[in-house]
Design a protein around this ligand. Structure first.
Ligand code: FPP
Length: 235
């Protein structure tokens, strides 16, 4: 791929909400609330910059280890904020999507997510995907089980297993691989996020916390991406 092209798919680990809020003497949940507002700014900026896929890590399979009150807050924040983003999605022609096992969410939240996915399904400018109860290990394990079950039923042969078949069985079956993976909050790790899909992604880390992340930072990351030489294992 020509490195001067902008990334088609950007994925972001929105880290640092809690530390940002604590640094201001506020509750961690305030950081999540402001973080959910930053999602609007970065969605709009991504559309304006011609990004086709934006995938945000909103809740990982490991986040259940947090105190129950914080988990409850994150679920109710998702519920209220996604409904509020309907106008944003319409005005910016954004299709809303989710990856992860949302069957653990309250039924009314599952219904709301389905409704917004339906409502926005014909929007063509950008796909905004929220990773909810998502983890790459969960995703790859589920794909293995599905393929094994198809083999057992006689619908597939072991020789049919290919990268393409695995791709088709991931939550991201209809999305391209990640070009640029951004993480805010200073940590330099990928935390079980889109491991298969980011095999050749460029990684860019920001020390600033997610509530401080701006569209200028996004532009900076895209500029840096354009200067990286992507060889995909070649010379
Ligand atoms: C990591 O920061 C962030 C999360 C686990 C949640 C991210 C959620 C949002 C930004 C809100 C998204 C909501 C909608 C509706 C899109 P952290 O809490 O782990 O921060 P810390 O490392 O400072 O503790």
């Amino acid at each position: 791929m020509n490195a001067a092209l902008p990334p088609k798919h950007i994925a972001i680990i929105m880290d640092g909400n809690g530390r940002w809020a604590s640094s201001l003497g506020k509750r961690r949940t305030y950081g999540h609330y402001i973080g959910s507002k930053i999602v609007d700014d970065i969605t709009k900026a991504s559309v304006a910059l011609g990004i086709k896929y934006l995938t945000l890590y909103a809740f990982s399979t490991e986040n259940w280890k947090r105190p129950a009150s914080e988990v409850r807050f994150l679920i109710s924040l998702l519920h209220t904020q996604i409904q509020k983003k309907e106008t944003l999605f319409a005005e910016n022609e954004v299709r809303f999507n989710t990856i992860g096992d949302v069957s653990v969410y309250p039924q009314k939240t599952q219904d709301m997510l389905k409704r917004v996915r339906e409502l926005t399904k014909n929007n063509k400018r950008m796909v905004l995907t929220l990773a909810l109860n998502y983890g790459s290990k969960l995703e790859i394990t589920a794909a293995c089980k599905k393929i094994a079950a198809d083999i057992k039923k006689g619908e597939l042969n072991v020789s049919d297993i290919s990268e393409d078949l695995i791709n088709k069985n991931l939550f991201t079956y209809d999305m391209p691989d990640v070009d640029l993976l951004i993480r805010t909050g200073g940590e330099k790790r990928v935390s079980n996020f889109l491991l298969w899909q980011s095999s050749y992604a460029e990684l860019i880390f920001f020390d600033k916390y997610w509530p401080e992340f701006t569209k200028e930072d996004l532009k900076k990351a895209i500029e840096e991406f354009k200067h990286r030489k992507r060889r995909f294992g070649g010379l």
